[in-house]
Design a protein around this ligand. Structure first.
Ligand code: ADP
Ligand code: MG
Length: 401
């Protein structure tokens, strides 16, 4: 272990009361914006099962009780599997930064508790608090770094990967939960096992929590009428930008990772649905097919919009903007009216399209992947494929065991 990491782990073990009696930290396995994750050995893993009540009585403040479903075992956030299987010996300890708000931390733990039954979601074993520090304990899930395998993936490999990812999304979406941060580091996949689990519900939310109704929920005639009325009222007959813009500023949840944000997030739609996760999953598929990671590399929302518009073209971006009651205007010459097909983008990215004799066209299985990708990349979230529909799509149907 790197001495710097060792020092960090020693400090954590010293400052977090009682953790040493229970876990032996092995290594640091993740470091993000909101947390540090350690691999640890669960020293009590055999005795555990019957001992929870004693622990709780001795040290009640160390537990965050999940507020819902207070059954005897799940009171501690114990997932169902502990009642059937042996406890895992290795765990991932997620130390959530104290700068995260208590509401955010509670949200993550609450949602993980609600998702306990889902096999494709990494379950929460328990959570502790010591003063202002909160840790979540999850079973350790062996996985391979995405960068190591994504370039080597064949189409059948992709089908297995995405069947696993969409099974997880279907389970999460069925609970009315949006993950909001779908990307390779939050889907722990092991190519040998052909299985992955979804982690990191730090940004997840219940569908409809944001809900100021967005104009995109209306039928198209009504939407057009309102947009025209509002444009006419605000800007008036003279063209140009209004001096005193009295329109309410648009605010919407824009949490997530750059490059994986759906267009409706960029257009600040106030009624975001589980479809935003489907878009992000599509970005992963585009990454694999194009063999480029990260595929989108913007530093802000405007750049992200430019990247998307370059592919999809001005015409479709304008329609998409109108859908959410806003407008898309650009004078950037590289953004054409029609954009490019995803097939072209993939051929260019993989240097298979030199416009001449050297061109290697997509295989029929790659074309199937592209057809699926087009369904994930519907700019209109209402038309975009759902996780359940995706599992029935020929691209994923084939991978069914
Ligand atoms: P953050 O909010 O900081 O992104 P995550 O929950 O995504 O936190 O965890 C960060 C990283 O830690 C993950 O990308 C993964 O590499 C590792 N990790 C998280 N949970 C587990 C787990 N249960 N098993 C193995 N590794 C994990
Ligand atoms: Mg993460």
């Amino acid at each position: 272990v790197d001495p710097v990491v060792q020092e960090d782990m020693d400090k954590f073990q010293e400052t977090f009361k009682g953790i040493k009696n229970r876990f032996r930290l092995i290594n640091r396995i993740g470091e993000g914006t909101f947390s540090t994750v350690y691999k640890a050995e669960d020293l009590l893993y055999e005795e555990y099962d019957n001992d929870w009540d004693i622990e709780e009585k001795e040290n009640p403040s160390h537990y965050i009780s999940p507020p819902v479903k207070r059954q005897k075992l799940s009171h501690f956030g114990l997932p169902e599997y502990t009642q059937q299987r042996r406890r895992p010996k290795y765990v991932a300890i997620k130390k959530i930064y104290v700068t995260s708000s208590p509401a955010r931390i509670l949200n993550e733990i609450e949602l993980l508790n609600d998702l306990r039954g889902c096999r494709s979601v990494c379950p929460l074993i328990t959570a502790f608090r010591h003063t202002d520090q909160v840790v979540a304990v999850l079973p350790y899930f062996r996985h391979t770094d995405f960068r190591e395998y994504f370039r080597k993936m064949t189409v059948p490999d992709m089908q297995i990967y995405f069947r696993s990812l969409f099974t997880a999304l279907d389970a999460v979406h069925d609970q009315g939960i949006l993950h909001r941060d779908i990307k390779p580091t939050n889907f722990l996949y092991e190519p040998d096992k052909k299985r992955g689990v979804l982690v990191d519900f730090g940004l997840a939310e219940r569908e409809g929590t944001d809900c100021k109704p967005c104009i995109c929920m209306l039928d198209s005639a009504e939407r057009r009428r309102r947009v025209h009325a509002s444009v006419a009222a605000q800007i008036g007959p003279a063209s140009g930008y209004p001096k005193n813009d009295s329109r309410p500023s648009r605010r919407a949840n824009r949490a997530g990772t750059r490059g994986f944000r759906a267009p409706e997030v960029l257009f600040k739609c106030t009624d975001q649905t589980t479809k935003i996760d489907i878009w992000s999953a599509g970005v992963i598929l585009l990454t694999i097919l194009s063999k480029r990671f990260p595929f989108f590399n913007s530093t802000d929302d405007i750049e992200a919009m430019i990247e998307i518009a370059t592919i999809f073209g001005q015409k479709r971006m304008k329609q998409c903007a109108l859908l959410h009651g806003t407008v898309f205007e650009t004078s950037i010459p590289t953004i054409g009216q029609a954009g490019f097909t995803l097939e072209k983008i993939i051929l260019w990215s993989t240097c298979r399209n030199d416009g001449g004799d050297g061109e290697i066209p997509l295989t029929s299985e790659e074309k199937l992947a592209v057809r699926f990708l087009e369904r994930c990349f519907e700019l209109d979230p209402h038309k975009r494929i759902s996780a359940k529909e995706a599992l029935e799509h020929p691209f994923l149907k084939i991978a069914e065991e």
